[in-house]
Design a protein around this ligand. Sequence first.
Ligand code: NOJ
Length: 514
Amino acid sequence: MPKWLKDAVFYEIYPQSFYDTNGDGIGDFNGIIEKLDYIKSLGCNALWINPCFDSPFHDAGYDVRDYKKVAPRYGTNSDLYRLFGEAHRKGIHVLLDLVPGHTSEEHPWFLESQKAEKNEYSNRYIWTNAAFQPAKGFLYIGGETERDGVYVLNFFKCQPALNYGFLNPEEDWQLPMDHPDCIATREAMKDVMRFWLDHGCDGFRVDMAASLVKNDDEKKSGTSAVWKNVREMLDAEYPEAAMISEWNEPELAINQGGFHMDFYLNWSGNGYSTLLRDYEMGEDRSFFKKDGSGDIRRFLDEYLPRYEATRENGYYCLITCNHDTKRPKYNLDDSELKIAYAFLFTMPGVPFLYYGDEIGMRYLELKTKEGGYGRTGSRTPMQWTNEKNAGFSTCPADALYLPVDTTEGAPSVAAQEADENSLLSTVKDLLRLRHEEEDLQADGDFEVVYAESGMLPFVYRRGSLLLALNPSTERVSAPVAAADAEKKVFYAIGNGEVKGQEILLAPQSFVVLK
Ligand code: NOJ
């Protein structure tokens, strides 16, 4: 386990929209380099950058055309190497996005694979043996290639699935996992990883990590075996490199697959979604809404068993949002976000902050861009100042990659830096606290103290610290044990205190006691 993860706080950067230094309307590596001090000032000491590789951008770069070359719109490979170096000098680790399940349909491997003549790449993707033989049970495309067969997709039409084999092949076109051509796919992906790690990257966020081996069983034993093999390589050659999976099954991803971290993703109606995104299920009873209609048990009942089952082996990680989901500002105001972030940044595991969430950027209703569809509104340019294009770019407004939020009162970094009560200032305070208190970091103990269904506050312990939060507009209280009654508040949003054998919390408050 890379030791640096223990105190890591990640900042996710959608590179298109972070900071544009050459005035072409789209973000670039030099822009990220210029803003490293800002990232550091937040208390973030690690980055995850969404795919920044050569791509036709039919899925915002998750359709990779060349794994080893960056997209010219962000700069050159040398610029990215320089970004690694500058980040390291400031104590910031950098993860790239690895997309191992599929490539772009324009990737040279696929161009070879679709040829009629057999070649080294014929089995790099999953093909049936004839254009009129369907790939039953899969998304597939036929009739587009000179090769007589149909090919399997992993996501959009532009993303043919790479071939890691089938756990239990059932048809003549399905290769077993140990077929040399399937092993070659895995080795090719390791080669990509080594390439970037050798140039200074610190690991990978892994896209659709569960998708590799087809016809896998419920336990994903085939796909896990591939990842275990990758982990062995990393342990031997790059023991400080970190891997986080887009999987959301930590028992499988961490315990079986050997990932260091797994994301707790917003799957509709799941535990994480009940915190901030309950509207996906209709009526919004998100726990952090101030109307107090939420219930922390809806989160805990799913989270706790997963946390307990994986805590010895890795980190189950909480996010403010990501490039695939609506920003938390969609249904929560800044006062609600402060309490939500207090929770997200004091829980075990490694927290991930999505760019712009620190100032409460809004979700915009926008036409789709680069395969974003409903996700596009969370990918708009970072709002740095109240000046032209929110300080993101000097280009004409109609040349921006996506429009900036021009609504009255749209938040900006500059405005919130000058306000000690801003959401941004709260984020900084919370992250400073996390770095100062070892108990609050990734592997500090976690224990639920008071979490009654439909009741507030929520009280929990991290090591020797006692934490309590009240998202509602009512005053609330909970009993505390005699030993905790001695503890004193040393950090608070709002107000709280221990009186006798009770902890009392003012509306929308969060306290940490020592
Ligand atoms: C998950 C990524 O987060 C998403 O943005 C992408 O469209 C799909 N995987 C396909 O790669």
